[in-house]
Design a protein around this ligand. Structure first.
Ligand code: CP
Ligand code: NVA
Length: 342
C-alpha cells in the first residue's frame, strides 16, 4: 500500500467553470438519478467533490442557481444531518424543500410507488428518498421523470460517502493513495464508502466480524473499480490489523435503523471492533477518526476518540451540505444559472 508520504497533491487548479470533469458531469448528470455510487463514474465523483469544495468556498456564486426549484424529501426513517443538509442546501440556492414524513406510513402502502412517482414528478424537480428497502428507491427512479436521490437505504448511503471523501480531500489535500480503514458492520455506509473510495483511488480496508462483511456484489464491484484506478480493497476480520498505518479510521453503529431487533445479539459480537484510543494508536500518527453520525457513544466509539483531536466528524457533517448542494446543482442543471458558467 502507498504510504502517506507518497500521497499526491492535487494537480494545478483549473478554473471551476473550465474544468473538463465538471463540464462533462454537468452535461451527463442533468436529469439523472443517484440511487447508488455505482451510478457515477470516477470522473463524475471527482467532479461532484470539486464542485462541493467550490460551493463551500463561494456559496454566493450559487445563491440563485436553483431559483424556484422544488425538492421533496420522503423519509421512512429518522434523520438530522441528511434532511437539514438537503433543506439548507436548496434553500441557500433559491429553491424550496418540502418534507413528507413516511416514518409511520411506508412508501408503497397507500398507493403504489410507481403511482407516487407519476404524481410527484408533476409538482417537483427532484425527489429525495430515505427508505428501508433499496428497491423502493430504484422503483421510484424507474417511474419518475425527475431525478431521484438516495438519502439512505438498507443497501447504500451515497450522499454520506461523497461528503466523507470531500472531507478527506480537505484534510489531506487529496484522497488518492490514502489508506482508509472502516471498522464495524458491513452496512449501507460501508458499501458506499467502498465504492467511492475505489473511484477515488483510495486503498480501502474493511474489518467486520465474521457474518457481517459487506455484500459480495458491492465487494466485487468495488474491486473491479479499484483495479482500474490502481488501488486495493481488502476485507479482514481483525480490527487491529486493519487499522495498522491507516490514514483514516471510520466506524458506524453496529445496529442500523431497521435492525433494532438484533441489538442484543449484535452488541457482544461488535465489542472487539470498538474504536478506542488503543485502536487509534495502531493507525498512523496523523490519522483522522470519522463517523457518519449519529454515534452510540462508548459503544462503537469511545467519547475520547469521538471528541478527541483526531476526530473530524463535525467537518463530515458540515460537508454533507456543501456536497449535496453540488449534487443538486449537477442533477438539476443549476450551473446554467450560475454567472461564472455562462
Ligand atoms: N449521517 C446521517 O445520514 O445522519 P442522519 O441519519 O441524521 O441523516
Ligand atoms: N448505518 C446507519 C447510518 C445512519 C446514518 C443506519 O442505516 O442506520
Amino acid at each position: 500500500m502507498a504510504s502517506k508520504a507518497t500521497i499526491e497533491r492535487p494537480e494545478t487548479a483549473i478554473p471551476i467553470e473550465k474544468d473538463p470533469d465538471i463540464l462533462a458531469a454537468a452535461a451527463r448528470l442533468a436529469g439523472e438519478d443517484l440511487c447508488s455510487v455505482a451510478d457515477l463514474s470516477s470522473a463524475e465523483v471527482r467532479a461532484i467533490l470539486k464542485l462541493g469544495h467550490d460551493v463551500k468556498r463561494n456559496p454566493r456564486e450559487y445563491r440563485h442557481a436553483l431559483d424556484a426549484k422544488q425538492m421533496v424529501l420522503m423519509f421512512e426513517k429518522a434523520s438530522l444531518r441528511t434532511r437539514l443538509a438537503f433543506e439548507t442546501g436548496i434553500n441557500t440556492m433559491g429553491g424550496n424543500a418540502i418534507f413528507v414524513d413516511h416514518t409511520s406510513s411506508p412508501l408503497g402502502e397507500r398507493e403504489s410507488i410507481a403511482d407516487v412517482a407519476r404524481n410527484v414528478e408533476r409538482w417537483v424537480d427532484v425527489i429525495v428518498l430515505r427508505t428501508y428497502a433499496h428497491d423502493t428507491i430504484t422503483e421510484m427512479a424507474a417511474n419518475s421523470r425527475v431525478p431521484v436521490i438516495n438519502a439512505l437505504s438498507d443497501f447504500e448511503h451515497p450522499c454520506q460517502a461523497l461528503a466523507d471523501f470531500m472531507t478527506l480531500q480537505e484534510h489531506f489535500g487529496s484522497a488518492a493513495g490514502l489508506n482508509f480503514t472502516y471498522v464495524g458492520d458491513g452496512n449501507n455506509v460501508c458499501h458506499s464508502l467502498m465504492l467511492t473510495g475505489a473511484q477515488l483511488a483510495v486503498n480501502v480496508t474493511v474489518a467486520t466480524p465474521r457474518g457481517y462483511s459487506p455484500d459480495i456484489e458491492i465487494v466485487t464491484l468495488a474491486r473491479d473499480i479499484a483495479q482500474v484506478n490502481g488501488c486495493e480493497i481488502r476485507l479482514l476480520q481483525d480490527p487491529q490489523l486493519a487499522v495498522e498505518g491507516a490514514d483514516a479510521v471510520y466506524t458506524d453503529v453496529c445496529v442500523s435503523m431497521g435492525f433494532e431487533h438484533e441489538s442484543t445479539k449484535r452488541e457482544p459480537i461488535f465489542r472487539p471492533f470498538q474504536v478506542n484510543e488503543a485502536l487509534m494508536r495502531k493507525a498512523a500518527p496523523h490519522a483522522v477518526f470519522m463517523h457518519c453520525l449519529p454515534a452510540r457513544r462508548n459503544a462503537e466509539v469511545t467519547d475520547e476518540v469521538l471528541d478527541g483531536p483526531q476526530s473530524i466528524v463535525f467537518d463530515q457533517a458540515e460537508n454533507r451540505m456543501h456536497c449535496q448542494k453540488a449534487l443538486l446543482l449537477l442533477l438539476l442543471g443549476g450551473l446554467a444559472n450560475t454567472a461564472s458558467f455562462q
